[in-house]
Design a protein around this ligand. Structure first.
Ligand SMILES: Nc1ncnc2c1ncn2[C@@H]1O[C@H](COP(=O)(O)OP(=O)(O)OP(=O)(O)O)[C@@H](O)[C@H]1O
Ligand SMILES: [Mg+2]
Length: 159
């Protein structure tokens, strides 16, 4: 599914709608260059998960946890490049924790990425345009994606 946004607020809103579509246990990979909008998307997602606390970039600390209707585990693998399997066990526990795991820069530690996830690629275009491509990889994430699609229909008027 391709969603085109024209401001940080719109990207945030797409994240919020996906957050509302999550029931817990989802894994969301966020790919895109520096400054593409991965953290912006996650800030909206947190609102959709019922998290009041503002989400800040987890860069330099690998993971931040937020409590809401559903907890958010916000990972940034940027700093993990080359460190291999050091955090492997701990990460697996988060995957089973019933919250939503969001991973920025998953390509920096591909061995930690599970088989089933929502893949989101944010591509910077001219001006403030971003092309946000969302797909379910594996079977477990088709339902939340279906709910996202239904919530973002054009007649909805929000985007
Ligand atoms: N349509 C848009 N969607 C999202 N962000 C946008 C958009 N247009 C402009 N921006 C700006 O782009 C920047 C995105 O920053 P953000 O921290 O979300 O990126 P990131 O992908 O998480 O980067 P990093 O890889 O450094 O963590 C913000 O300054 C935001 O205001
Ligand atoms: Mg970021």
């Amino acid at each position: 599914m391709l969603i085109i946004t024209f401001s940080p607020e719109e990207t945030c809103e797409v994240g919020r709608v996906l957050g509302e579509a999550c029931h817990g246990g989802e894994v969301i990979l966020l790919e895109g260059d520096l400054g593409a909008g991965k953290t912006t998307f996650t800030q909206g997602l947190a609102v959709g998960l019922g998290i009041a606390e503002p989400v800040v970039s987890p860069t330099f600390i690998i993971m931040r946890e937020y409590d809401g209707r559903i907890p958010l585990y916000h990972f940034d693998f940027y700093r993990l490049e080359g460190t291999g399997r050091a955090v492997d066990l701990e990460f697996e526990e988060y995957l089973l924790g019933g919250g939503v795991c969001v991973i920025e820069w998953p390509s920096c530690a591909p061995e930690l990425v599970p088989d089933d996830y929502i893949h989101i690629a944010i591509e910077e275009k001219a001006g403030m345009q971003r092309n946000v491509t969302v797909e379910a990889v594996g079977g477990r994430h088709r339902a939340p994606l279906g709910r996202l699609r239904a919530a973002l229909t054009p007649q909805d008027g929000r985007l």
